[in-house]
Design a protein around this ligand. Sequence first.
Ligand SMILES: [Mn+2]
Length: 466
Amino acid sequence: MGFSDDVKAAAEQISDAPEITIISHIDADGISCEAILSQAISRQGIRVKSVFVRQLEPLTMPQVPSDNSLKVFADLGAGQQNLFLERGFSEKEVLIVDHHVSQECERQYTQVNCLPYGFERMSAAGVSYLIAKQMDSANTDLAKLAIVGNVGDMMAREKCGLVGPARDIIVEDGVSHGNVEVRKRDLNCYGTATRPVHLSLTYNDDPFVRGISNNPEGARQFLKKLGIRQQTENGRWYVWEEISQEEKRIIISALAEQLIANGDTVDRLFAETYGFPDETPRTPLRNAQEYATVLNACGRWAKPQIGSAILRGDRGTAYRDAEHMLKNHRAIIRNLLEFIIDTGVKELENLQYLHVGARYPDTIVGIGAGMALSKLNAKKPILIMCEVPEDPNLTKVSMRTNERVVEQGIDLQQALNCASAEYGGGGGGHKIAAGAYIPKTAEEEFVIRVNRILGEQFAAAGSGNR
Ligand SMILES: [Mn+2]
C-alpha cells in the first residue's frame, strides 16, 4: 500500500458514508481542511457538518457527536487515537486525515497521513485536497484552498516555496484551474498585497538586511535612492504586487548587493510565492501567506467558521468580520511583542525564556514568540509560557526557532514532547515551532530539562560550539 492507495481508500470510505462529521483544527491548515472536505462531500450529495476544536484532548472530545456519521478528523487525530478507543469508536466510524506523528493504538483506525511516506512538507489541507480530487476530478478549484493551508502551516518556509506533492500536484492543479498564479523568484517577503513596499521590506527579517529590516526610515530611503515610485498622486502607498517587474528587479538586486556587501548569503532572498488573481487587488486574500493570516486570526479569536465561509467564497459579512478580527489580532500581537522585548527574556545556555502570565490569550503566544525571536538572540530557541484560562493547574509552553538553528540539529517538537511527557503533559508540532501543556508546578524544572535536551541535540549534530 502506498500513499495514493490510502488516498483512494479514504475517498471510498467517504463516498460510502450516509452522513459525515468533520472534526478539524482551528488554524489556517485545519480550517482549509474543513472547507475542502466539506465542499467535496456536499458536492457528492452527502450530508456533512463540522466541528472545530482548539486541540483534540479529553476536554474537547465531548464535542465529537455520538451518532451514525463517519467522523473525519482533519489536521488532528493521528496522535490522539487512544481517545477514539476510549470513546469506543469502531474502525468503520473514524477516518483520520493528518500530517502529524502517529500514536500507536491497538485499534487500526483508517488513516491518510503523508508523513510516514516521507512527505514532510505537505500539510493536512494537502492530504484533504488529494482526497477531494480522488472523489471527483472536478474538485481542482479547491487546490487554491490547499495552498493556503500548506503555506499557513509553514510548509513553504524552509525551502522558500512548496516542494513534493504539494508543489507538483496541488500548485500545478491550481495553475491549470486558473485561480492560482506562481511567482518564481519573487521576493521572500510578507505583506506583498497589503503593506506599503518599504514596510514589507522593514518587517522582513528572513534574510535580515542591515539598515532595512526593522528600519522603516532606512527602507524608505533605500527605495528613494533606487528611484522607485512609492506613492500614487493621491498619496496612497504602493504595495509590492502592483509595482512593475522592472522595479521589483531593481529592488531585489539592490537588496542582494546589500546582503553580499555585509557578508551575508542571498539564498533566502528569493521565494516562490502563490498569488490568487481572482481576488480583489490589495486585499489579504491576494496571496497564500496573507490569506492564511486571515484564517489564523479567525481561528485564534474563536471564529473558525468565519474563515471557512471565506474559503467558500463569502466576501460579504464573513469577510468584513474577518477584517475586524485581523486588525484586533495584529494589535494584540504587536502589544505582546513589545511586552516580550520590554520585559526581556532570561537566557540559559541553549534557550531563552519568559512567562507572560495571563496577559495574552494562549492562542497567540506562539506567534508573538516567533516574531520576538528576530529581535532577540536568534541563535537560541525562545520558550514562552502562559497561563491556560480553562485550567489554572496547566501552563502552555510555546517554542520557536529559525531555519539556521534547525539545520544545527534542533528539533523543538522532539524536545517538548520528550520533556512534557516526563511531567505528565503533552506536546506536539514541528522542528521549528512546537507547543506543550505542562503542570503549572513543573514550570521551573521543565525549562531546565528542555535546555538540557536542546544541548544534547546540538551536541549530537556536532554543533556544540556555535
Ligand atoms: Mn496542520
